[in-house]
Design a protein around this ligand. Structure first.
Ligand code: BGC
Length: 739
């Protein structure tokens, strides 16, 4: 689409929205006396009978890549959507995946969701959601296609960076404020991908088999929290199959659990091309079909939207009576409800974009989410001392990490690279840079090798490393195909692009090396014992370089904690330990054989020491956790278990610590994980001060999903409460009893 058409579409949209306000009021005025005061439901009751069958069907599928039709004659607006979880994506063309080429669609790129999860700070997640929602509103989006809460099951999943880690409790606590924040702007969040899209490999076809316990205890809780605690207005179905039926129109997932058990009143949107059947889509709860290429017309043909499963074939089945009109009316009701929450909401704000508050939140999330993994000999922080040379090595010191990655790709107004961030912070230190290795551009679905000469790059990097006082290696993965990117999984657990070899060469000439790992995934780190400093920085968006410099310089004390386990080797990961039938599956059939033992649950229970544990992260100061208590020894099912402890900052710097409370049930009628996260609290502490922290847990949250009764079951008896600052650093255990 050319710019002119794109602009005319915006104008069309603006006019339609204006038209809607007047027209909708007209319609209501005819039907009711006090239109705007009446509840949304009665407004919807009055609109549905005015619509023709065709108009209603038209509302249930796309009219372009990212919009749906309104009903112009009644002032019912179009709906406009945009990716994604970390920022509002640049405008896409009407009928193709090409960018529309607008010049007014640059945004703030916020850190990736793994980083947000690593903050363990729900309040900050609320700020993230609110600020991002403001940008979506400014860009006139009604639905933001995020956040993602698929569980981190394998470190090879190309999309883990878009999600919130391996623990359902952490993901639930972090996703709720994000959604509420977005929706305060009258922009719908769309939590995705429901459900079990835990790998990209074969994502369109793989059939996932997983038991009910793991389904309810591990893979669904964050979605449930999004629905029941955050009141999310849209849910996106997943590409994969579950128990032989596509997830997007899966009878158990969408119809029974989401719309039945959870009483979800919002819209179920397909993923782009995840719909496969009219009858199932109609009957199992899909409301809005997007992105399908059907009947051989392909995703890029003009006006193929009429051939969508929820378009002409749906209309035909309605006309013949094969599908009852009430089925359609329910979908239209949900879509109208979403409109009343968003585009038809009176006094909706205008949003904001690229303002300093948004940049500040992006930087704060980066600061709080970066995880200090190793700090021998106080390698970090690095002082700004005259006469010192720092060799900054690695392509990731300068590479854009908002480009690539698939649908989460962003077009930020600016993106501060780590090298720029360091140069801005360090005035006295001499900073030199060499790429060391080079990869090609981040292109979807293709690997394009760099044309630069690998040997020359390596020789140059080793040379500058030799003459430097300190080496900072900025490596890890990137947003290219087969790295941290949608559409495919990583094909190796170790670092790509010859980084291990380069690092070993550098270590031959300089032992003073710190590694800055930019990734959304765990990687193998064979040379760990040879380096003093290691920082996990994720993908940090617009303010990346500043956030990284804040931590490296010590302007900000790190407080991030890992939202997933780093296994020492791939086979130590639960999914991989069961071989190919468990990951990636055989002939597109996959069985989650590890059941509930995902992430630290597996490592703890099977006593497999991880390289870095879930919940782990260092600080430049030190904390003591003392005086750990529960308020009682015995609890009833409706009680709250209050766990208190005193946290002291015993070091020389102000800092923040995350108190983590896990609970386990040693004797149970079913196999349980040794312990599960049930509460956490992040606190800021000035040096030398102490605070009492209270973590409150609902006793009912200790229930397990009992397959024998298809319901949650709170077993009576003894439980163990574990309190610490990482899943592998438990300071105190306390026995309690549930009566
Ligand atoms: C992705 C979704 C995304 C959609 C629209 C799909 O390929 O799986 O996460 O929202 O495209 O870009």
């Amino acid at each position: 689409m050319n710019i002119k058409i794109a602009y005319s579409n915006t104008w069309k949209k603006v006019l339609i929205i204006l038209f809607v306000f007047t027209k909708t009021v007209d319609v209501f005025a005819q039907k009711t006396n006090s239109t705007l005061e009446k509840s949304i439901e009665s407004k919807i009751d009055s609109i549905i009978p005015l619509l023709t069958l065709k108009e209603k069907v038209d509302m249930c599928h796309a009219q372009s890549k990212f919009s749906t039709k309104g009903v112009g004659r009644l002032g019912i607006p179009e709906l406009w959507m945009s990716d994604g979880p970390h920022g509002v994506r640049a405008e896409i063309s009407w009928d193709s995946w090409d960018y529309a080429g607008w010049t007014n669609d640059s945004i703030t790129a916020f850190p990736a969701l793994t980083c947000l999860a690593a903050t363990f700070n729900p309040k900050l997640s609320g700020d993230y959601g609110y600020n991002l929602g403001e940008e979506a509103r400014y860009r006139e989006k009604d639905i933001l296609l995020g956040p993602g809460v698929n569980i981190y099951r394998t470190p090879l999943n190309g999309r883990n960076f878009e999600y919130m880690g391996e623990d359902p409790f952490l993901a639930s606590k972090m996703v709720v404020p994000y959604i509420k924040g977005v929706q305060k702007n009258n922009v719908a969040a769309c939590v995705k991908h429901f459900a079990l899209n835990n790998q990209e490999h074969w994502r369109n076809t793989v059939n996932v088999e997983v038991g009910d316990r793991a389904l309810y205890e591990i893979y669904l809780p964050a979605f449930k929290a999004a629905v029941q605690e955050a009141g999310v207005w849209a849910v996106m179905g997943a590409y994969n199959k579950f128990r032989g039926q596509y997830a997007t129109h899966n009878e158990l997932l969408t119809k029974k659990i989401l719309k039945g058990d959870w009483d979800y009143d919002g819209v179920v949107i397909s993923d782009w091309s995840s719909t496969h059947d009219t009858m199932e889509a109609a009957m199992n709860g899909l409301d809005l079909e997007m992105g399908t290429g059907t009947d051989g017309l392909g995703t890029n043909s003009l006006n193929h939207y009429d051939n969508y499963y929820l378009a002409s074939p749906f209309l035909k089945a309605l006309k013949s009576g094969e599908i009852d009109e009430t089925v359609l009316n329910d979908k239209v009701r949900r879509i109208l409800r979403l409109m009343f929450r968003t585009t038809l909401k009176p006094n909706r704000g205008f949003g904001k974009i690229n303002n300093k508050e948004h940049h500040a939140v992006a930087r704060k999330v980066a600061q709080e989410g970066i995880v200090l993994l190793k700090n021998e000999n106080s390698f970090f922080p690095i002082e700004d001392k005259e006469g010192i040379t720092i060799a900054v090595i690695g392509e990731n010191a300068t590479r854009s990490m908002t480009a690539g990655g698939g649908s989460s790709e962003l077009k930020p107004q600016f993106e501060i690279s780590p090298l720029e961030g360091l140069k801005a912070r360090y005035e006295n230190v001499n900073i030199v840079h060499s790429m060391g290795y080079a990869t090609g551009p981040s292109v979807y679905d293709a690997v394009i090798p760099s044309k630069l000469n690998a040997d020359s790059l390596r020789i140059e990097a080793v040379k500058i490393a030799k003459n430097a006082d300190i080496v900072l290696f900025f490596g890890g993965l990137n947003k290219s195909h087969l790295q941290d990117c949608e559409g495919a999984d990583r094909t190796q657990f170790n670092l790509p692009f010859g980084q291990d070899e380069l690092l070993n060469d550098i270590l031959e000439v300089n032992k003073n090396v710190g590694y800055i790992l930019m990734s959304g995934n765990a990687v193998e780190i064979p040379w760990l014992r040879n380096i003093d400093g290691l920082i996990q920085t994720w993908y940090l968006g617009s303010m990346a370089g500043y956030g990284i410099a804040d931590i490296i310089s010590g302007d900000v004390n790190p407080s991030g904690k890992l939202p997933f386990t780093f296994p020492a080797k791939l086979e130590d990961n639960a999914a991989h330990s069961f071989g190919v039938s468990s990951y990636p599956g055989i002939d597109q059939e996959q069985n989650y054989k590890e059941g509930i033992l995902v992430g630290y649950r597996w490592h703890d229970t099977k006593k497999i020491t991880p390289l870095y544990a879930f919940g782990y992260g260092l600080s430049y100061t030190s904390f003591n956790i003392n005086n750990v208590k529960t308020d009682k020894k015995t609890y009833l099912p409706n009680d709250k278990i209050k766990v208190t402890c005193q946290v002291t900052n015993s070091g020389n710097l102000d800092g923040a610590e995350v108190v983590q409370v896990y609970v386990g049930k040693p004797k149970s009628k079913v196999k349980r994980a040794l312990k599960e996260l049930k509460g956490f609290e992040k606190i800021n502490l000035k040096k030398g001060t102490s605070k009492t922290v209270e973590v409150s847990i609902d006793a009912s949250d200790l229930a397990f999903y009992d397959e024998s009764i298809s319901d949650w079951n709170l077993e009576k008896g003894d439980y163990v409460v574990y309190v610490g600052n990482a899943s592998n650093n438990i300071i105190k255990t306390i026995k309690i009893n549930i009566k």
